[in-house]
Write a protein that binds this ligand. Sequence first.
Ligand code: AMP
Length: 380
Amino acid sequence: MTFESLGLSKPLLRTTAEHQYETPYPIQAEAIPAILAGNDILGIAQTGSGKTASFVLPILELFQRKRVSRLLYLKVLILVPTRELAVQIAEVIGGFAKNLPKAVKHNAVFGGVPLNQQMMTLKDTEILVATPGRLLEMVATKSINLAKIEILVLDEADKMLDLGFRDEITQLLALLPKKRQNILFSATLDTEHEFIQTTLRCNPVRIEVAAKTTNTELIHQSAYRVAPENKGPLLRYLIKSQKMEQVLVFVSSVRTADNLTVKLKKNGIDASAIHSKKSQGARTNAMNGFKKGDIKVLVATDLASRGIDVQLLPIVINFELPRSPKDYIHRIGRTGRAEATGRAISLICPEDEHHFKIIQKKTGQTVEIIESADLVLAGA
Ligand code: AMP
């Protein structure tokens, strides 16, 4: 199977080659031809499956084939749950569109930055990536017109509903033309999903790729048993003694994220926090610094971590355990992506033991537990 055999034309093939995408991932092998054929799509796929390229590539190909209008108005809308995902998808579009003979103007809009600033960049936008709240604000100020949308993508639909965007989505869908192509991606298909399917009123081709659990084979998982007061020193000890250069650390609250970052910095470790209380600018800077390697440690809450996509991220550390087994898989799945191996380390206090057993049972994983009592943490 090659990208060529999926029906993509030369400029896009050149870009996939430049990105070193040799073979299409399963979601791409199925979704690309189906989208090119004009079908509605319901894709059950998680972050890391290659789902972004599975809709961005065929949409750009449809532009090439003039199957979407080339007049300068908005015709593709991509709705996403978070700003991070919006920025990331816009980057993927920019990356893939760069070799096209005729430029496709794309843009991303999301809350947390002044509305006026984003409104000014909208002129002639053909593909818009947006979070639902900000898009509704733009509709209210009449700075955007959704009446000519030809393709609608709902990415991470389950997350959008989890975050309470149900009403916003309903309002936005009512503003779109009835005749359009619908592409929906979700990590899970639960009852909430019925809502979106009914609301979209389409009969989509269903594409399901193996859940992320299969990929955890590429992730070496371990856990350290540690007393609560020693967690900070143990984290610093691990980072320093194992010479970790790029590590994503998960915590469960904004406060812990900030406190931990301060402590790491005080101890000479470049760190930055990413969470919902940070401004968009601060989040983008932290992400960019982390990707470039200027920041060694990115401390994140679960919500902010959605959409963090760092090529070949080697290590994820659970400073605090997530609430659900699903989140555990999602967190550790930030490493071991794109067929590379990775490591996931969890710090377990006595009160976490029971919860960690449940996580292991539910996810079908057995994790090696290491005693930290004998480690010399002083000075870390
Ligand atoms: P996604 O699920 O869209 O977040 O993609 C996960 C990661 O896989 C991203 O870093 C992509 O650049 C990478 N990727 C997507 N498709 C391919 C492919 N066919 N070959 C190699 N890497 C890919």
